[in-house]
Design a protein around this ligand. Structure first.
Ligand SMILES: Cc1cc2nc3c(=O)[nH]c(=O)nc-3n(C[C@H](O)[C@H](O)[C@H](O)COP(=O)(O)OP(=O)(O)OC[C@H]3O[C@@H](n4cnc5c(N)ncnc54)[C@H](O)[C@@H]3O)c2cc1C
Length: 268
């Protein structure tokens, strides 16, 4: 079974700073890491490989420093790493991102399952996975929280959409997007990390995928989205107050406070 895992490098969201003046993420303020949901995608791929055999290929599109995340994916069980890198890809919206990733997947030729994270922690659109499936004209199942059964020709999964749960069987090839509930990603061993350090990461530019991608559809010029303004919402700290007294007194004080805040409406 050939499995492809698209992996995005994101900034460490615990540490990253926002440039509120310019309305952008200051990526130099924090190191890059694999999007956490993509770790679940990788673990799903490794478990399928353990059961059915085959190989895993990681594909990422990003700046040169994203190579470290592709390398990390090799330590976590991927067999081959490809980074789509070059100025032609810069400024891509989700449409142009999925177009480039789909072109790279077409170039790879043979694959059975593509596994994405449900979303990223920085862009957070959840669009790229389903869009890749559309470019490749294959089915997709989003928000997968469990793989029930997998064979060489079909996969049966549980997917959760808000309050509803669906058991869906899809023929292969197919694309899944997985949630954090699907598994607990394993931690790579020291030996695996050392092996990954020496591995070759393939760099593909627009020229390498030219048979499958029109350069006019890549990067900023291929992006139909126009960003007019980015606003970072100000964070409101939590407020708390302790009301003391007898239960009756305290309850009255709580009710008065809620009323003053307009939560209970005004008494008539
Ligand atoms: C007009 C515009 C310009 C932009 N310019 C830039 C820019 O210059 N630089 C920049 O960094 N971002 C830019 N972005 C953001 C960029 O569009 C997103 O980073 C990208 O499309 C992925 O979207 P997302 O993070 O919402 O992914 P989601 O759709 O939430 O991701 C879902 C899954 O898709 C896969 N995936 C997503 N992105 C990638 C990737 N790059 N490589 C491999 N797999 C992936 C992963 O499996 C991920 O879990 C721009 C966006 C817009 C709208």
């Amino acid at each position: 079974m050939n499995i492809i895992v698209p992996v995005k490098q994101v900034p460490d969201m615990e540490r990253v700073k926002f440039d509120t003046e310019a309305g952008r993420i200051d990526r130099s303020s924090a190191s890059g890491e694999i999007n956490p949901f993509d770790l679940n995608a990788l673990e799903t791929a490794v478990q399928l490989k353990e059961k059915l055999g085959g190989a895993i290929t990681t594909v990422s599109m990003g700046p040169p420093q994203a190579e470290s995340s592709v390398r990390d994916s090799l330590a976590r069980g991927s067999d081959r790493g490809i980074l789509l890198v070059g100025k032609e890809f810069a400024g891509a919206d989700t449409w142009a991102t999925s177009y480039a990733l789909a072109a790279a997947i077409k170039k790879l030729g043979e694959w059975d399952i593509i596994i994405c994270g449900e979303k990223t922690v920085d862009g957070d659109t959840g669009q790229v996975g389903p869009e890749i499936a559309e470019w490749l004209a294959i089915p997709h199942i989003a928000y997968v929280s469990e793989v029930r059964e997998a064979t060489d020709s079909t996969i049966t999964v549980l997917c959760e959409l808000e309050a509803d749960r669906y058991v869906i069987e899809s023929p292969l090839p197919t694309l899944l997007t997985v949630t954090k509930d699907i598994n607990v990603p394993r931690i790579p061993s020291f030996k695996d990390k050392m092996k990954a350090r020496k591995a070759e990461i393939e760099h593909w530019g627009a020229a390498e995928i030219a048979d499958f991608a029109d350069p006019a559809n890549l990067g900023l010029k291929g992006s139909p989205t126009r960003l007019n303004k980015v606003v970072i919402p100000s964070e409101e700290g939590r407020r708390g107050e302790v009301f003391r007294g007898s239960p009756e007194d305290a309850a009255k004080k709580v009710a008065d406070a809620l009323q003053a805040l307009g939560v209970l409406g005004s008494a008539k």
